[in-house]
Design a protein around this ligand. Sequence first.
Ligand code: MRU
Length: 331
Amino acid sequence: MAIPKTLQWRGDAASGALHIIDQTLLPARRVELALADTDALVDAIARLAVRGAPAIGVAGAYGCVIALRQGLGEAGLERVANARPTAVNLRWAVTRVRHAAGLDPQRALAEATRIHAEDEASCAAIGAHGAPLVRQGMGVITHCNAGALATAGMGTALAPLYVAQQQGRSFRVFADETRPLLQGARLTAFELREAGIDVTVIADNMAPTVLRNGWVQLAVVGADRIALNGDTANKIGTFGLALACRAHNVPLYVAAPRSTFDAGCAGGADIPIEQRNADELRRIGPVQTAPEGVAVFNPAFDVTPAELIAGYITEDGIKQAAQIAPWLRGQ
Ligand code: MRU
């Protein structure tokens, strides 16, 4: 299994850089970017060169080091935290670094390194807890990319698949293409193939047919923010997949670390949803696919209500919605 390393800090706090794989270019080209100033880091997060809630949390933590060594202070940290609004991991990481390190870049690097290592460990634990759900010969569907490319470790939604594979089981994965930016076709299919897992790409509108055909017995997706009541923001299209799964009695699990749960959001209505550039829908790459200037609705995420979610695969085990609040309180 060859799981790509999305994020690597190289060097010390004074002159080091965050090295990322530019995910906008995958799978055609594997290009590494060295991010050494705040503008470049914020731009990389905003244009999805680094993406996925845990990965942008870790990138944001290292971004604090960069902003602080540039002398940008609180305003610099705020810029990093605001690079994207929906994944709570980003603000969570910046807040954590701020509390641990004040405005000292050296201490910020120590805390960012801890956040990085913890995310890697969380992914492994999510994989271990979720793997028993993945049985020999079954079909699994996933949406967007919640794998190694989206985290500091082996992923969230894809981690149970990697662990099930390590345990010797074989199974078939259907990867929703994930319009408009194709994270499923470009990234999930890429990393599952690299790992030697049987993966079939489908357009998002084919998922109900795949479910009706009886080809899938389990759905696993990641999350960008999970409210206290279990309502879950994830890539646009997750809600539709969850409805289709419910109609076909296929359980849909959300896999996410604690850093994706937001005790400050009571329910899904409190989660801010990022609206992205209209040209993401008017074009596919350089090719125009809709009339120039046509009105577009382009939310990056939707909210799946808790009642459509079978459980939450976390580093502390599989939780039900009612267990989230006590778990976050440490009970
Ligand atoms: O816009 P993206 O590509 O950052 O969206 C990513 C997702 O929706 C993922 O499913 C989520 O962040 C979980 S990644 C482990």
